[in-house]
Design a binder for this molecule. Structure first.
Ligand code: PLP
Length: 363
């Protein structure tokens, strides 16, 4: 019998097995309607109930304070790189936006903001190849700025912010694409949190935006309607025909997460999963972790072997036993195990054992 496949892809990524089964079950007959979820109107009462349920489950699971709104928006995370400055820069006369450069996506976000605000990078870890999160202090944050943007988990390098920066009156914005719902977060620290869906939430091409109410209503006049968060909020994310399937999958994923015991329980498991892999890396000089230990992600574990040839051999042998999509991002090479919420401990255990055995045979 062929090996069970464990998908370590960085995104689109694996979804929980029960979610995939539920999609299959309901595919041709959603709620006994005789049609599928992607064949009914986005304004039908059945779909609107799905959307509202997704929002209320998210609130329940995260303890989101009442003064935050939940939006489902088009274009994935990178569309928000433009939408954020369009919606927020005009809040303050300086039109200044501050960015921390902690990796590839942080950099892309900052570059995009140049077109719509006076963008300034206030800290960077580029000099050490993004192996850490740069340090910033409150004194370095210009209080005239419209916001400060960070990438809370750096998918490619496998680093994350353990402690979020104090920003004074400047709203903190976090791209949480590769870690939303993976750990308990006090949302009160943030003005905006956003995430592309394709890691912990569902299909690619859309994003969730969680925004504090007082930050709505400041979009620049040039903001396209479909990028305008205030409009999106007014229309309960139904300004135009939304991706009904994606929102349906989010709802199923959130139901699944609730059944697992919620964010607290999944965080505990995520810590155990990542610790198992870091333990293998730390016990040898055969594998080299990319992130400095203090900043290690619990979602993306990136490491290298001595040569590219050895890495290719590793990836090929792993693939042959069902350890799928472990190749590191083209910018860093090496190996990356993305172990989002749906990855079971059994998958991590199989990878950890494989790593130990591969080392034994190839040392
Ligand atoms: N931000 C982070 C942290 C990511 O990991 C990614 C994709 O992997 C993106 C942004 C880009 O997301 P999208 O492809 O949905 O625009």
């Amino acid at each position: 019998m062929a090996d069970k496949v464990y998908n370590f892809g960085a995104g689109p990524a694996m979804l929980p097995e029960p979610v995939m089964q539920k999609i299959q079950q309901e595919w041709l007959n959603f709620q006994g309607m005789g049609v599928s979820i992607i064949e009914i109107s986005h304004r039908s009462k059945e779909f609107v109930a799905v959307l509202n349920e997704a929002q209320s489950l998210f609130r329940e699971l995260t303890g989101l304070p009442d003064n935050y709104r939940i939006l489902f928006v088009h274009g994935g995370a990178r569309m928000q790189f433009s939408a954020l400055p369009m919606n927020l820069a005009e809040r303050v006369p300086s039109r200044k936006s501050l960015y921390v450069e902690s990796g590839n996506f942080a950099n892309l976000a900052a570059e995009e903001a140049k077109a719509f605000s006076h963008m300034e990078i206030i800290a960077s870890s580029a000099a050490t190849n993004f192996d850490r999160i740069p340090k910033i202090t409150l004194e370095e944050i210009n209080q005239d700025a419209a916001y400060l943007h960070i990438t809370s988990n750096n998918t490619i390098y496998g680093t994350r912010w353990n402690q979020f920066p104090q920003t004074g009156d400047v709203p903190l914005i976090a791209d949480m694409t590769s870690e939303l719902l993976s750990r308990q977060i006090d949302y009160n620290q943030f003005g905006v949190v956003y995430a592309g869906l394709q890691k912990n939430l569902g299909p690619s091409g859309m994003a969730m935006v969680i925004i504090r109410e007082d930050l709505l209503g400041h979009a620049s006049r040039q903001t396209p309607t479909l990028l305008n968060y205030t409009q999106c909020d007014k229309d309960n994310s139904l300004t135009n025909t939304t991706n009904t399937f994606a929102i349906y999958v989010i709802k199923l994923v959130l139901e699944w997460l609730k059944e697992q015991g919620g964010v607290k329980a999944i965080e505990k498991l995520n810590k155990q999963k990542s610790a198992r892999l870091y333990q293998v890396i730390d016990n040898t000089d055969f594998y080299h972790g990319i992130a400095q230990p203090e900043f290690r992600s619990i979602m993306n574990v990136s490491f290298k072997l001595a040569t590219e040839e050895l890495e290719n051999k590793f990836l090929q042998a792993a693939g042959a036993i069902g350890l799928y999509a472990l190749k590191g991002h083209r910018k860093v090479g090496g190996v990356r195990a993305s172990i989002y919420n749906p990855m079971p401990m059994a998958g991590v255990e199989k990878l950890a054992n494989f790593m130990t055995e591969f080392e034994r045979q190839n040392r």
